[in-house]
Design a protein around this ligand. Structure first.
Ligand SMILES: *Cc1c(COP(=O)(O)O)cnc(C)c1O
Length: 384
C-alpha cells in the first residue's frame, strides 16, 4: 500500500463510522448571524461569550497596533519578539485576575502543553479529571509523569489517589468550566485537597475567564480564591474575542515557565497587534457587567424554555448548555432539522463525548437577543 492509499483507507473508515467532519465556510464576522454558503444562519456555536470578537473597539485597537508595530513579531519573545503591548498585556492580565505575574502564549493549547511539560517530569504524578480538555491530556502525556485519571468531579477518588502517592511531586489538573458539559469544578474543595497533599493545582479557565467572577475576573475570583499553590490558564480567543492565552501564578512559577517552557521559547511571539486588541478586550470585559447580566438572562431563559422536553439539559450555570439527545442518529437528525430552519447548533458525538450521550452543544453569547433565543426554543420544542 502506498502512503496515500493507507491515508485514504483510514478516511474511508471514518466515513463508515460517520465520524468524518466537514467544515462550513463562514463569509461574515463572528456573531449570532453568520453568512454560510450564501445563507444567513442564526448560530449558537461560538465561544465568543461576550460578543467581543467583532467589536469595533477591538478592531480599532488592532488597526492601531498594526500601524505602529506592523503585523508579525519576527521572533521568539525571548529573542526580539516581545513588544510593549505584550508587556502591558501581561501586567494588565495579572492585575485583573489577582495574580503576582502572568505570561502570554500563542494559544491555550500551547500554554497547557508548556505548563504541564515544564513543571512535571517522569517520576512525578499528575491527577486529571476524566473530562479534561484534550490539550491538558496531551500535556500530561508529554511530561512523562505517571497519569492518574479520576472520575468526573469525584473528589473522594482523587483524595485516595493522592494519598496513595506520598512523597512524590503532585499536580492536580482540571478544567474550571468543562467544555462539553458546562459544569463547574468545585475549586475550593480541590484546593483544600491540594493543600492537604502538598500538590500544585493547575486550572484551565478557558470558559470562565471573562464570564465568571466579579467583572469577569474568572473562576478563582468567582469562588473568592487566591493561593500560591494555584496556576491558572485563561484563553484569549473565547470571551476575550481575540486569540492566545495567558498563564497566571506566582512570580517564581511564571519566571520558571518563561525560562523553560518549550512552547514559549521555541515559537514566534504572537503579533503585537493582537496584544493591543486584547488590552481593549480586557477593558470591555472589566466594564462588561451589562453584557454578563444579559448573558445570565439568556441562560436562565433557555433553561426555563427547554424544561419538560424529552431531552435532558445538563445542569449548567454557564453559557455552555448541553442538550443530551442520546443516539448519534437522532442527534444528527435534530441538528439537520435545525439547520433546515436556519439555526446552527453544533452536534457533538462520541468519541468527543461518552457513547449514548450525543448532544447539541448550545453556546450562548451576550450578542444574542432574547428574540433569537426564543426562535431556538420554539424550534427545539416543535422538534421534540
Ligand atoms: C479552547 C480550549 C483550550 C485551547 O485554547 P486555544 O486558545 O483555543 O488553543 C484549552 N482548554 C479548554 C478547556 C478549551 O476549551
Amino acid at each position: 500500500m502506498s502512503w496515500d492509499e493507507e491515508f485514504a483507507a483510514q478516511l474511508r473508515e471514518l466515513e463508515r463510522s460517520t465520524l468524518i467532519r466537514r467544515r462550513r465556510r463562514v463569509d461574515s464576522a463572528c456573531g449570532p448571524r453568520l453568512e454560510v454558503d450564501g445563507r444567513e444562519l442564526l448560530a449558537f456555536c461560538s465561544n465568543d461569550y461576550l460578543g467581543l470578537a467583532a467589536d469595533p473597539a477591538l478592531a480599532r485597537a488592532a488597526v492601531e497596533g498594526a500601524r505602529r508595530y506592523g503585523v508579525g513579531a519576527g521572533g521568539s519573545q525571548l529573542i526580539s519578539g516581545y513588544f510593549r503591548p505584550h508587556q502591558a498585556l501581561e501586567e494588565r492580565l495579572a492585575a485583573f485576575v489577582g495574580a503576582p505575574r502572568a505570561l502570554c502564549f500563542s494559544s491555550g493549547y500551547l500554554a497547557n502543553l508548556g505548563v504541564i511539560a515544564t513543571l512535571m517530569r517522569p517520576g512525578d504524578a499528575v491527577f486529571s479529571d476524566q473530562l479534561n480538555h484534550a490539550s491538558l491530556i496531551d500535556g500530561i502525556r508529554l511530561c512523562g509523569a505517571d497519569k492518574q485519571v479520576y472520575p468526573h468531579l469525584d473528589l473522594r477518588a482523587l483524595e485516595s489517589q493522592l494519598a496513595a502517592r506520598p512523597g512524590c511531586r503532585k499536580l492536580v489538573v482540571t478544567d474550571a468550566v468543562f467544555s462539553m458539559d458546562g459544569d463547574l469544578a468545585p475549586l475550593p474543595e480541590l484546593l483544600a485537597l491540594c493543600d492537604a497533599h502538598e500538590a500544585l493545582l493547575f486550572i484551565d479557565d478557558a470558559h470562565g475567564f471573562g464570564v465568571l467572577g466579579p467583572q469577569g475576573r474568572g473562576s478563582l475570583a468567582h469562588f473568592g480564591l487566591s493561593s500560591p499553590r494555584v496556576l491558572t490558564m485563561g484563553t484569549l480567543g473565547k470571551a476575550a474575542g481575540v486569540a492566545g492565552a495567558f498563564v497566571a501564578g506566582s512570580e517564581a512559577a511564571i519566571e520558571w515557565l518563561l525560562q523553560s517552557a518549550r512552547t514559549y521559547m521555541f515559537e514566534t511571539g504572537p503579533p503585537p497587534l493582537l496584544a493591543q486588541a486584547t488590552l481593549a478586550a480586557v477593558d470591555l470585559i472589566e466594564r462588561g457587567d451589562a453584557r454578563r447580566r444579559h448573558l445570565r438572562t439568556l441562560i436562565d431563559g433557555l433553561r426555563a424554555g427547554l424544561r419538560g422536553l424529552r431531552w435532558t439539559l445538563l445542569e449548567s450555570a454557564t453559557p455552555i448548555q448541553a442538550l443530551i439527545i442520546g443516539s448519534n442518529e437522532e442527534a444528527q437528525a435534530v441538528g439537520a432539522a435545525l439547520l433546515q430552519q436556519g439555526i446552527w447548533v453544533p452536534v457533538i458525538r462520541p468519541p468527543t463525548v461518552a457513547a449514548g450521550t450525543a448532544r447539541l452543544r448550545i453556546s450562548l453569547s451576550a450578542a444574542h437577543t432574547v428574540a433569537q433565543l426564543e426562535r431556538l426554543i420554539a424550534a427545539l420544542t416543535s422538534l421534540a
